[in-house]
Design a binder for this molecule. Structure first.
Ligand SMILES: Nc1ncnc2c1ncn2[C@@H]1O[C@H](COP(=O)(O)OP(=O)(O)OP(=O)(O)O)[C@@H](O)[C@H]1O
Ligand SMILES: [Mg+2]
Length: 217
């Protein structure tokens, strides 16, 4: 079981939207997924209320519960646990980072967003967690993306796909779907599938790296 935490203190950057659509994309790729929602705004639970298709499981938890819940999930059959965190610093944020095998930091390509992820990144570094940025709500083509990508590339890891601002994302969430269910042949779905492939590889790479280390020891 791998835990992937969606985290950044910047509100509205796309944590919940990406968490949901990537969870659905992971299911479509054959994995079992559950989502832990640590945000009282309850975006994921609201989405689930509108959902008619099966999975993923969603549980609302708070900072006091996460350790025990993660211990139970470690014994479970889930391939992936996705953790959605609030857009403000909270006691839960640090514990969600601590629980993660990989932290995903969504970021819009704006100067304000690029400044705002720094406290999150500091916490991720302090806890020595693997992480990746995802540029979200980008224009289809823009010098802004290049500027942001150059800045992020030197700081850490950036997938080979950006998530463009598209109404498919908003419409899918409203209907209780992932974007790959809402419009499977659309460009938004294609980007999310490619992003999932990249994230899955990165999440599994940690295991292989550690196992090699153990074998060599
Ligand atoms: N790629 C995208 N294209 C279009 N709209 C998007 C995209 N990503 C997110 N949005 C929209 O932006 C808004 C904020 O997204 P979301 O709720 O996922 O952010 P968040 O980081 O979870 O916010 P919070 O910090 O408040 O929890 C939502 O209305 C969502 O529909
Ligand atoms: Mg959210």
């Amino acid at each position: 079981m791998k835990a992937i935490t969606f985290v950044t203190q910047k509100g509205g950057s796309g944590k919940s939207t990406l968490c949901i659509s990537l969870a659905v994309a992971a299911q479509e790729a054959g994995h079992t997924v559950c989502i832990l929602e640590m945000d009282r705004q309850a975006t994921v639970s609201d989405w689930l209320d509108h959902r008619t298709a099966p999975g993923p499981e969603v549980a609302q938890i708070d900072a006091t519960q996460i350790e025990a819940v993660m211990e139970r999930l470690a014994e479970s059959a889930y391939d992936f646990v996705f953790i959605d965190t609030p857009g403000v610093d909270s006691p839960g944020t640090l514990s969600a980072i601590r629980a993660a095998d990989l932290c995903i930091i969504p970021c819009r390509p704006t100067p304000a967003d690029l400044r705002a992820f720094k406290p999150t990144l500091a916490a991720v570094y302090r806890l020595e967690k693997r992480f990746a940025f995802v540029l979200n709500q980008t224009p289809p083509r823009s010098y802004r993306i290049r500027d942001a990508a150059d800045g992020l590339a030197v700081l850490g890891i950036l997938p080979d796909v950006n998530i463009v601002a598209r109404t498919d994302h908003q419409d899918a969430i409203g209907l209780g779907q992932g974007v790959t269910e809402f419009n499977p042949k659309g460009q938004a779905a294609d980007e999310v599938r490619r992003l999932w492939t990249w994230i899955e590889r990165r999440a599994q790479a940690g295991t292989r790296g550690r196992m090699k280390h153990v074998e060599a020891a």
